[in-house]
Design a protein around this ligand. Structure first.
Ligand code: URA
Length: 260
């Protein structure tokens, strides 16, 4: 239904909701914009005689993402390409495009899931509670996202650069649509190894879930060794699994030494 509100009334209503404490503009359920019926174009009586329905050209978001990602020659261009990509509805509900953190020459690239509330607010990945645990895990093997030395440095990104509303799980179509950008991101950073944090990263990169089975097992993907690990947010909820995460960190360190 088209709104009949004028700008000032709509703004006053929005201000009122903000005063009441609303912090996010979201709906009860995500809108699948591909399923919204085509709008009838208002036409003059003369145009009505020819009244052929005006069809939007069909677009394939995956194909567009592939083209845009391929054209990015460096990380700045990749970030701009993602900023210009209009086919993922998450973009419209998010405050920030959360691209990456850490050192682009790092030997280790970590791929997480999607920004949460803190990441969306600050614009950097893994800065909330899960990120603090990630920093502690990395420190345990002498690695640090702020390090300059390539041996100690890490580079961090997510499958999705925009926060899903209310931190819901990303949908498969959102994951697949954004994967060309993730793949190009890995190509441009060209790390020795990639760590996949949790099921969503495994789904995007390996096409499968089941982190309890996958974790700790090196596999080849994105033209390099890839290690699935438990997501730090999961470890916060299940601290008894930290023993496995510790084993995986040792495994990561050993791999880096063996690749030298
Ligand atoms: N969880 C993620 O997977 N990524 C973030 O950036 C924050 C939390």
């Amino acid at each position: 239904m088209e709104s009949t509100l004028d700008f000032h009334t709509a703004k006053a209503l929005l201000d009122w909701q903000v005063e009441l404490g609303a912090t996010e503009a979201i709906l009860d359920a995500p809108v699948n914009r591909y399923e919204i019926p085509e709008k009838k174009v208002k036409s003059s009586p003369a145009q009505c005689q020819q009244s052929a329905p005006v069809r939007e050209p069909k677009v394939d978001p995956l194909e567009i993402a592939q083209q845009m990602a391929k054209q990015a020659a460096n990380l700045d261009q990749l970030k701009s390409a993602i900023a210009q990509f209009e086919h993922c509805a998450l973009k419209r509900g998010a405050r920030s495009l959360v691209f990456s953190d850490g050192h682009p020459s790092a030997r280790v690239m970590i791929i997480g899931e999607a920004p949460g509330r803190d990441e969306d607010r600050i614009g950097r990945p893994f800065v909330g509670r899960a990120g603090q645990l990630l920093d502690k895990m990395l420190a345990a093997i002498d690695m640090d996202r702020t390090a300059e030395a390539t041996d100690e440095a890490v580079y961090i990104t997510n499958v999705l650069p925009w926060r899903p509303p209310q931190n819901r799980d990303p949908q498969p179509e959102e994951i697949f649509m954004m994967m060309p950008f993730v793949k190009r991101h890995v190509e441009l950073v060209d790390p020795d190894v990639v760590v996949l944090m949790g099921n969503i990263a495994c789904h995007g990169v390996l096409g499968k879930r089941g982190i309890t089975r996958l974790r700790g097992q090196w596999t080849e993907a994105l033209d390099r060794p890839v290690l699935p690990m438990f997501h730090p947010a999961f470890l916060l909820r299940s601290p008894h699994m930290k023993r496995e995460a510790w084993a995986d960190l040792i495994e990561l360190k050993a791999k880096l030494l063996s690749l030298k």
